[in-house]
Each structure stands twice: as structure tokens, then as C-alpha cells.
Design a protein around this ligand. Structure first.
Ligand SMILES: [Zn+2]
Length: 260
């Protein structure tokens, strides 16, 4: 059976460690030290690194980990990260022999141009699991640094098409502030207000709000609820077009969040 352990780092990042009792791979190690400490503490060998995108808080620790463990690093060929030596793209499968798992690569541009997500389909080893970097957060989504609103909306729809029971592991603990915005956008959504209370309690005692799952996100995440009449209405009253398509609604809600 595979376990997934969070490695908190910086202010609000999580690096995710996927492991059995002997071997591990890590997603987005922005810093080597906490990963080295966790590997040592759990007595694990690092056998691979997955990178979702080129931001420093996601890849700053790769070089040191690679030097120590001599392990392969998977990521986009278009991201110009010198430490990546196994290029992958949408639809590819990554075979992690040491853990007997196959990970599917999903291209999700928007936050950055070449952002990748990694999906581990359920098996005897694990549930359906998604590592989505800075694309999908619990109750939110990543900022549009390089891509367009249309690209990001398409990427989020791809993720919404994954099985509802997919556990999602984003790279940041932004859930509480995202839920505050979600409650502002959809004040009548009781799921949002109830979940906001729940996550406030968790965070008060230092428990991560993650993983979330696709089913929950469809009910609380305004960026996955673009087709809801209440959200379309807010967008209409804040946007400049009289009739908006879904990606224009998405763009308007994203702008509101940027200014919130
Ligand atoms: Zn980022």
C-alpha cells in the first residue's frame, strides 16, 4: 500500500512524499532540507522527483536531492529546468517501478504555460490521487501568471472530469482564505459556510486541510462552479459584457479574487 505524507515548507507550501516502507518519490521539492529530514526520519530511499512547474518554491531543492540520491527527475521539456532529465507531456505514463505504480501526466496550462499535473489511478496500491501543483487549490485555483483564463478554465474542466472520489493534493495551504472568498461570492452556499467553520477549527490546531477531493471541490470551489446561476450573476454584474461565456465568467471571478 502506498502512503502520502505532507512535508510542510516555507509559509504555506506542501511537498508531497509518495512512499511505501522503503522507497519514496517527492512532488515539487522547493527546498531539500525538509525532504532530507523526512526521508531520514521515515528511513526511506528517494527514487524519483516529479515537478509540476518552474516556480522556485516547487523546484529549488531538486539539485541537492538529485546529487544525493542520483534519482530521475520528471517534468515538462518546455519548462527549461536544468535538473529535469525525464521529459513528459500530456497523456504520458510514468512508471515508478520501485513503488509498482504508473502515474498519468495531465497538461494543465494556466498558472504557468507548461504546468503539469500527475494522476495516480486507483489500484490495490492507492485511491485515485491527483497532484495538481498550483492549478487547483482547495476552494480556489492558481493565479494566471503566464496562461489565459480560457486555458485555465479548460485545465480545471479536465481535472473536474477525473473520478469524483479522486483525492487532491495541491501545493499550498490556501484553503481558509479561499473559503472566505468563496463565502463572499456564494453567501447562500451552506456547504461553503459549514466547510469554512470546519477548516477554521483544523487550522487553529495546525492540522492540514488537505487532501481534498473532486466531489467536495465541485460543491465549494467557486472556480469549479462557473456554470452555477448565482456565480454567473455575480460575474455579469462585475464584468463589462452583457452576455458572457463560461471562460469570461471564470476570468471575471478570477479577477475578483485577485483584488479580494
Ligand atoms: Zn507557482
Amino acid at each position: 500500500m502506498i502512503a502520502i505524507t505532507s512535508i510542510p515548507a516555507f509559509n504555506d507550501n506542501y511537498f508531497w512524499l509518495i512512499h511505501d516502507n522503503n522507497n519514496a518519490i517527492v512532488v515539487d521539492p522547493g527546498l531539500a532540507e525538509p525532504v532530507l529530514y523526512t526521508l531520514d526520519h521515515l528511513n526511506l530511499e528517494l527514487t524519483g522527483i516529479l515537478v509540476t512547474h518552474h516556480h522556485a518554491d516547487h523546484c529549488g531543492g531538486i539539485a541537492e536531492l538529485k546529487t544525493k540520491y542520483q534519482c530521475p527527475v520528471w517534468g515538462s521539456s518546455k519548462d527549461n529546468i536544468a535538473t529535469i532529465d525525464r521529459f513528459c507531456d500530456d497523456g504520458d505514463f510514468i512508471d515508478i517501478e520501485e513503488l509498482s505504480i504508473k502515474i498519468q501526466v495531465i497538461s494543465v496550462p494556466g498558472h504557468t504555460r507548461n504546468h503539469l499535473a500527475y494522476f495516480l489511478p486507483n489500484s490495490q496500491q492507492s485511491n485515485n490521487v491527483l497532484f495538481c501543483g498550483d492549478t487547483l487549490f482547495s476552494a480556489g485555483c492558481g493565479r494566471l501568471f503566464e496562461g489565459t483564463a480560457e486555458q485555465m478554465w479548460k485545465s480545471l474542466q479536465k481535472l473536474m472530469d477525473l473520478p469524483d472520489d479522486t483525492h487532491i493534493y495541491p501545493a499550498h495551504e490556501y484553503t481558509l482564505s479561499n473559503l472566505e472568498f468563496a463565502a463572499h461570492i456564494e453567501p447562500d452556499n451552506k456547504m461553503v459556510s459549514d466547510y469554512l467553520q470546519h477548516v477554521s477549527l483544523l487550522r487553529k490546531i495546525g492540522i492540514p486541510s488537505l487532501p481534498s477531493n473532486i466531489n467536495l471541490e465541485k460543491q465549494i470551489n467557486p472556480f469549479l462552479r462557473i456554470k452555477e446561476p448565482a456565480i454567473q450573476k455575480i460575474a455579469q454584474s462585475n464584468g463589462n459584457a452583457t452576455k458572457m461565456n463560461d471562460s469570461q465568467v471564470f476570468a471575471t471571478i478570477r479577477e475578483l479574487k485577485d483584488r479580494y
